[in-house]
Ligand binder design. Structure first.
Ligand SMILES: Cc1ncc(COP(=O)(O)O)c(C=O)c1O
Length: 343
């Protein structure tokens, strides 16, 4: 069996309960494209967790959720503000710009989290046809730097965005990890905090290919079914995406998986924090640990336990834990790390 690495929560498998649910719904014929009882159940479960005003649409990838959610809510002359480290800015190959036609304006942040005062200077040029018009503020929860926005921080950003007529989009690829880290609920941290459009992810937390766009304002959802279809994300065999979300909410799988991933990151943090040769660069609030390592040991460590560099100039790397990371994985990893730094 291969050793689990620390590259990404995408590298883990899917939870056995999810596989079982997919198998369970794999009986007979049901109507395609989402007109089936499993999709109805999955939608009900989303509403139960996010509030009755939540309007979900299932898609295959997190990039699609971000891009289609954003593209459906603005015009090409709008701009989208996002952290400079955000997935939409760095890791989507320009898909938001291509499909929404909009301008992304990256905001420099020390920890992946945007604060209202970082946005103030950009709130200019309204009604001026030479400027792209501020349209969306997009934040990631958990952020790409492993940090989590508190409910009050989200509320402040929502108030700020709404005051200037912007919508608040949340990239919740790791929303479950944030919810357990903050000890809150999905609704409190999204709908109640002022989020307008949510990309809600399952794939990083034990699902196979199940993501969703959730709108909290009816008018934003009105035409989304056409946009999802044009965006090639309407699944004909929707019951299999629905099955994954059913398994996610049944018996709180999302919570158990997120708690497991977050606790492993915490254990990893505790195991390495006092090694003098390394420096932890971000608060460990969910399932990511960011560290500066002595550059010379990185290739040897990566050879045994794969992980990605984050900043090749400084030697910063990212270690991600998953729902299936074990304490034994961490023990072995830290043993090799210590041998390498002390060699
Ligand atoms: C913050 C964030 N958003 C969205 C995604 C979704 O990406 P994908 O399109 O690979 O599912 C990822 C995946 O790495 C991510 O880290």
């Amino acid at each position: 069996m291969s050793i689990r690495g620390f590259a990404s929560d995408n590298n883990s498998g899917i939870s056995p309960e999810v596989l079982k649910k997919i198998e369970e719904v794999n009986r007979g014929h049901v109507v395609g494209y989402g007109d089936d009882k499993y999709t109805e159940t999955a939608v009900d479960l989303i509403k139960k967790n996010f509030g009755t005003g939540a309007i979900p649409f299932f898609v295959f990838t997190g990039t699609a959720a971000n891009v289609l959610g954003i593209a459906s809510s603005i015009r090409p002359f709008h701009s989208v503000f996002c952290a400079e480290t955000s997935h939409i800015h760095v890791d989507e190959c320009g898909a938001p710009e291509r499909f929404a036609g909009c301008k992304l304006i990256p905001i420099e942040t020390p920890d992946g989290k945007i604060k209202p005062d970082m946005l103030s200077k950009h709130m200019v040029g309204f009604n001026f046809e030479h400027h792209s018009q501020p349209g969306i503020l997009s934040i990631s929860q958990v952020s790409e730097m492993g940090t989590a926005y508190t409910i009050n921080e989200i509320k402040d950003l929502a108030d700020f965005a709404h005051r200037y007529g912007l919508l608040l989009h949340m990239d919740g690829a790791r929303l479950s990890n944030a919810v357990v880290a903050l000890g809150t609920g999905f609704k409190e941290i999204t709908a109640d905090a002022g989020v307008d459009i949510l990309s809600f992810g399952g794939t990083k937390n034990g699902l196979m290919a199940a993501e969703s766009v959730i709108f909290f304002r009816e008018e934003l959802a009105d035409e989304f079914k056409y946009i999802r279809k044009q965006g090639m994300q309407l699944s004909s065999k929707m019951r299999y995406i629905a099955a994954q979300f059913i398994a996610f909410f049944e018996n709180d799988l999302w919570k158990r998986n997120a708690i497991a991933a977050n606790s492993m990151a915490h254990i990893l943090y505790l195991a390495v924090k006092d090694i003098p040769e390394i420096k932890i660069t971000q608060k460990v609030e969910a399932n990511g640990v960011f560290i500066i390592l002595p550059k010379h040991i990185i290739p040897a460590l990566q050879k045994e336990f794969f992980f990605y560099p984050w900043n090749e100039e400084t030697g910063e790397v990212r270690w991600m834990t998953s729902w299936d990371t074990t304490e034994e994985d961490i023990r072995r990893f830290v043993k090799v790390l210590k041998e390498l730094v002390r060699a």
